[in-house]
Structures are given as C-alpha cells and as structure tokens.
Ligand binder design. Structure first.
Ligand code: ADP
Ligand code: MG
Length: 468
C-alpha cells in the first residue's frame, strides 16, 4: 500500500522534495484501514502535516478508500529517552477524506481546513522511558543524621511533585554519598504514586550529549519539545554543565517552561550552588529558588547500618566486629564502604578463607591505599603530553613555543600538586629545569586559570584525568 502511495506522491512533487521528505519514512503496519508510518522526528511530522497533508490524504484514499487513516509514529532517534526509542503516536482522523483525482497541492498550504480533518491534535500518547533504576529506592536508602534533611525533602517532593516549595530540589554532596541513589528514589516513588506522570532521569553529561547531537542534526527544537513534555525531570550531576554555555542556555529555557507549568525538577550536584563555577548567574539563581539539601558524610552508626542492610539484602552473614572494623576505617564514601565489603566477601569465598579481622585489615588497607595512591611525575608528564597531543620529549624540550611552554608549566603544576616531590626534583625530572622555573610555572598556572577560561578548562580536564 505504502509503495503505491509513494509512486503516486513521487509523480506529484519535485524529486528533491520526495527524496527529503518521503524516502526517510518507514511504513510500519497496516491494520484495518489505518496505515502507521514512522517519521524521524517531530519536526519532520510537522513539516509533512504542513506541506504534504493533502497529497498524503489523496494517495492514501486512492489505496484504502474513504475510511483510510494515517497514524504517525515519531521516532526520537534513540537519543532523548535513550535505550528504547521514544515513540509518540498521533492518530489522525478520517472524517473527510478527499476524493479528488487531480492533485494540485500547494506546497505551503496552511489552510487549517485541510489539516484538521486529517489529524486530531491534542491526543498524544506519549511514552517516555523513565530510565529509573528500581534498585535505588527509599526502602534501601537508610536514614541518618547526615542525610535526614535531604531524604525528607525528597519524600515531600515525591508525595506532591511540583506541589511543594522545593522546586527545584537540589541535592548536593561529595562523591559516593548517595546523590544518585536519592535522586532515583524520588523518581521511583513518584512513578509508584503517580503512574500517569512522565518521569525522566538523565545525567547532565548525557543531556549535554543529546543537546550537542540535536544541534548537529538540526533538531534543537525537537530536543526542547521533548523535554517540555516531562512532568518530573531529574538531572544528575549538574556541575557537569559548568562552562557549557549552550547547554546551560537550553536548560534554562526548559527549566523555566517546566517550572512555570508546575512540573517538578530535581537536580544533584557535587557542590553547593554558591561554590559552582562557570554556571550562568541566571541559572544559579534558579537553582536557589527551591531547596538545596546537603548529603554529608555519614557518621559511624549510619555507616554500620548501611553495611548491615546491604549484607542482609544480599543474604550474607558477617561477624559484628568485622562490620565495625570496616565502618570505622572507611569514612568518607559510601560506595567505597560497600566496595570494601563486597571485596571482602569475594576474597573469602575465592580463597576459601574465613572472614576474620586479619583479612578485613588487608582488604581495607588496599582500599584506603588505592584511593590515595600517589601519581608519579612520569605519569603526569605522560597524561599532560597525551592531552595536548605531543610526546614527552617535546614537552621537555627547550622550545619557547607557547603551547609547549604551557603544557610544560601544567605538568610542573600538577607535579607540585599531586606528588610530594620538591620543586628542585620536579624541575630536574621535567626537562632539567631549576626550582625557580617550577615555582614560576606554578604561579603562572594559578594566574592563568583565574583569568583565562580556556586555560582553566585545561586545568579542570587534567585534574579529572589525574584523579581517577
Ligand atoms: P553519589 O551519586 O553521591 O556519588 P551514589 O548515589 O552513587 O553516590 O551512592 C553510592 C553508593 O552508596 C550506592 O551504591 C548507594 O546505593 C549507596 N548509598 C548511598 N547512600 C546510602 C544510604 N543512605 N543508604 C544505603 N545506601 C546508600
Ligand atoms: Mg552520582
């Protein structure tokens, strides 16, 4: 059926227009008298509706008779909701199928008479995969002094999404303290209580990637529309947006739209709003509209109960003193706390060793050491020269070319920052310079990273690379 329609359409429009607007369409199915076609984007669908609706109608009527129906399925390019392609089904009506034989379609026909009968606007059957992880819920998010405020704010929000003054709710705190877990828990609870609400969890990094893709593919508007459909938007790690002004700009618009329409926004960040850098002022001020709740490092009791809960859920038994030993020695990161316990269980079952304090000591020691391992000056030089796509010899050379000098100064700066080596020793290892040169390099990097945006980006990127 669709092929016949295409033949007819092809005869009636310019070849280029046919190629652009009809070749990408995929006929999906035909049930009764309804043909479903898949189009690549919402924009695409709107264009078809605006310019080719009559042509489509005539061709379809010729094939299927007057009761013909057309259903558009909009494919969101597997990006915005990710994993499952997001599809939006828009049924169109058949109320007044046209019987005309000689088709003379004005290409920019905006006559609503022609558009309306073919589509029922407003009936949108939107399905968006929420991307929530059901394993991160309130039941297994244990309460303690360190998270009480954030947790109860989360519960208040999930009881009445968009209906509290906690909008946006910003959860902030250090690495591994439960931001992602709590953000999912709120979303999961909302989905539970309000199944009809559209909830979406997305990391700021993925959001940025989608935005960049949408600009590349010329469908920035689709991107914005997609996000404006959402009732509860959870964006994880918003500090990632720092310095990315295009993404911040688009997020600002989406945020305003959602907020004005009483939709809930939940954000997480590794910093409090006052400490966020390179985020536009207008966005920061929005972040402060609602509530900022901190996740602090958990106290000893909370750490113990988190571990016990985890063991209980995994069906593993462990002596009390071992649990306490681990909780006493790993303090500042719940992910590591859990990691140590998992590794302890693995060690004991793998080596058929009994879990005792000695084994616990070994495991914990490894964990603590691993996370504090020192990077070497060689390693720093390698990372910095890779980053600037030069080799280490170039980095060390005597040249005065600006970008090489900068790379060298950065290497010295990080050597000072990340190792215990003396200025003199750093100088001698990075191209046989003296300690004054190294000192000068450190000062230069400090200065440049406050005055030069690009340079600050280098420092941030390299800090990240060197910290993992
Ligand atoms: P963040 O996003 O802040 O880096 P995560 O949310 O990824 O941290 O949490 C790290 C780990 O710690 C996860 O496995 C999470 O389930 C666990 N966790 C954090 N807080 C709690 C808590 N209050 N109760 C139980 N588990 C927690
Ligand atoms: Mg996280």
């Amino acid at each position: 059926v669709w092929n016949n329609c295409l033949l007819f359409i092809k005869d009636n429009i310019q070849p280029q227009a046919y190629k652009t607007w009809f070749e990408p369409i995929v006929a999906v199915k035909l049930t009764d008298n309804a043909l479903s076609i898949q189009v690549p984007s919402k924009f695409f669908y709107e264009w078809l509706e605006e310019h080719y609706v009559k042509l489509l109608k005539v061709s379809l009527t010729k094939e299927l008779g007057e009761t013909a129906k057309l259903v558009y399925i909009i494919k969101m390019e597997n990006t915005y909701g990710n994993k499952q392609p997001f599809t939006e089904k828009i049924p169109s009506s058949n109320r007044s199928a046209v019987k005309s034989q000689n088709v003379d379609v004005p290409l920019n026909n905006k006559n609503p008479e022609l558009r309306n009968p073919f589509i029922i606007p407003g009936i949108r059957n939107v399905k968006i995969e929420s991307q929530l992880n059901p394993n991160y819920n309130f039941d297994n998010f244990l309460e303690g002094d360190s998270n009480r405020l954030a947790r109860s704010a989360g519960l208040a929000v999930s009881a009445k999404p968009g209906g509290t003054s906690f909008n946006p709710l910003l959860i902030f705190g250090g690495v591994g303290l439960g931001k992602t877990h709590l953000a999912h828990a709120i979303g999961v609870d909302i989905k539970d209580k309000y199944p009809e609400k559209t909830v979406l969890y997305i990391s700021a990094e993925k959001f940025t990637q989608q935005y960049i893709d949408s600009v590349k593919k010329n469908n920035r508007n689709d991107f914005i529309h997609f996000y404006q459909l959402i009732d509860v938007l959870v964006i994880d790690d918003v500090q990632f947006l720092s310095g990315k002004s295009g993404t911040q700009d688009v997020f600002f618009h989406i945020f305003n739209h959602l907020h004005q329409n009483g939709k809930q926004v939940i954000l997480t960040s590794d910093k409090a709003p006052v400490d966020m850098q390179d985020i536009e002022q207008r966005l920061l001020s929005r972040f402060k509209w609602g509530l900022s709740a901190e996740l602090q490092t958990p106290d000893f009791e909370t750490r113990v109960s988190i571990l016990k809960n985890k063991l209980y859920r995994d069906g593993v038994e462990m002596p009390e003193d071992i649990i306490e030993y681990v909780a006493k020695n790993i303090k500042s990161n719940i992910r590591e706390l859990e990691g140590a316990i998992i590794s302890l269980i693995a060690q004991s079952s793998f080596n058929k060793k009994e879990i005792n304090i000695e084994l616990a000591r070994q495991v914990v020691e490894k964990f603590v050491k691993n996370t504090k391992r020192e990077v070497s000056i060689d390693y720093i030089q390698k990372i910095v020269s890779d980053y600037f796509q030069m080799d280490v010899d170039t980095l060390q050379s005597k040249t005065r070319k600006r970008h090489i000098v900068q790379a060298r100064q950065l290497a010295m700066f990080f050597a000072k920052k990340f190792t215990k080596a003396s200025l003199a020793s750093i100088g001698s290892q990075i191209g046989k310079r003296d300690h004054a040169t190294v000192l000068h390099a450190c000062k230069t990097v400090d200065n440049l990273s406050t005055t030069d945006k690009q340079f600050r980006k280098y420092v941030e990127d390299l800090t990240k690379k060197l910290s993992v």
